[in-house]
Design a protein around this ligand. Structure first.
Ligand code: ATP
Ligand code: FE2
Length: 324
């Protein structure tokens, strides 16, 4: 069975093709990186413009024709409404035109499942770290429960915002990580409330440290990352301790961070847990993870009528019934 998956929750339009053994046959994508944050309507225009070429790219890379596709899946939510609508329209067009089944899936759960499939981890505490989301998750009683999450902005958006405000370009994650290598620690806010994290105070403090207090950029980058990632590691360790789980899976676009990987790895090795990280080619938003999510849900018997494919921009990780 072959599934074509469409990702369009935010600034990336991705078309991926995956078979039922989990082989990624194609993973084409194009991202929209404006200088000043994402305007949802502009992102939707970007996705509309590139949809046809990306579907063609995916079919060509997979060396299959459209008729070989058995299932169309797409991100039903959460995300920016105008972007989600483009993905839904592309999915419906393909499903109706090719007379194939359609399944709208949850974007956050797809980040988890592609990580589980690629690393063969079984029952982990998941650190889902991306642009818009920061959640520490564990499976229990048929759902992925969120043990802790950001109370304001996602970790990646916080880092990207910092980079834009201090003039380092976009996306900030990889740029800041490189600069931070030469940095030393300066004291910054560290904000955990129960099991939840807050990043906006740290962002303001870091911007002011550079623009007002004239601290060195490498020290600011290092300390910003240090505190943000330490908060995430602390919550993850507590989730491991409370649940008794013995594996950690890092997934989402920020999983590409070597510093975050390293810090989680140290924590895991100190408590005898196994650390796993999603491969970088499927870490950020991509169509292959949506295709894989569609496949496992279809295989488990989930079906959806076209009339049920209206996107849900606020569909949370812990609202999804896991039926496989
Ligand atoms: P979601 O919709 O799941 O919240 P998203 O649409 O923002 O996520 P992803 O592609 O999952 O997108 O993640 C993108 C984020 O990953 C960006 O904020 C980017 O800066 C960050 N990122 C990429 N590489 C690194 C890195 N090496 N270090 C830190 N952050 C990184
Ligand atoms: Fe994402």
């Amino acid at each position: 069975m072959i599934c074509l998956g469409i990702e369009s929750t935010a600034h990336t339009l991705g078309i991926g093709i995956v078979d039922d053994k989990g082989n990624v046959l194609a993973n084409c994508k194009k991202s929209f990186f404006p200088d000043i944050g994402i305007h949802p309507r502009e992102a939707a225009v970007h996705h509309t413009k590139h949809a046809v070429e990306l579907v063609a790219c995916a079919l060509e890379s997979a060396k299959i024709s459209a008729e070989d596709v058995d299932l169309i899946s797409f991100s039903l939510g959460p995300g920016l409404s105008p972007s989600l609508k483009v993905g839904a329209v592309v999915a419906r067009t393909l499903a109706i035109g090719l007379n194939k089944p359609i399944l709208g899936v949850n974007h956050c759960v797809a980040h988890i499942e592609i990580g589980k499939m690629k690393t063969a981890v079984k029952d982990p505490i998941v650190v889902y770290a991306s642009g818009g989301n920061t959640q520490i998750i564990g499976f229990s009683g048929g759902k992925y429960r969120v043990f802790g999450e950001t109370l304001d902005i996602g970790i990646g958006n916080m880092i990207d915002k910092f980079a834009r405000k201090v003039g380092l370009g976009n996306p900030g994650g990889p740029i800041i990580e490189k600069i931070a290598k030469k940095g030393r620690y300066i004291d910054m806010p560290y904000s955990i409330k129960g099991m939840d994290m807050s990043f906006s105070g740290l962002l303001t403090f870091a911007v002011n440290s550079f623009l007002v207090k004239k601290e060195k950029i490498e020290d600011v980058c290092y300390s910003l990352q240090h505190n943000a990632y330490s908060m995430m590691v602390e919550v993850t360790e507590r989730a491991l301790s409370h649940t008794g789980k013995t594996e950690v899976l890092l997934t989402g676009g920020v999983a590409a961070s070597r510093m975050l990987q390293g810090m989680l790895e140290v924590m895991c090795s100190e408590r005898g847990a196994k650390f796993n990280v999603v491969p970088v080619e499927v870490a950020g938003d991509n169509g292959a993870m949506i295709a894989w999510q569609g496949l496992i849900e279809y295989r488990a018997g989930r079906r959806q009528d076209i009339s049920e494919t209206e996107p849900d921009p606020k569909w949370r990780t812990d609202e999804v019934e896991i039926g496989y």
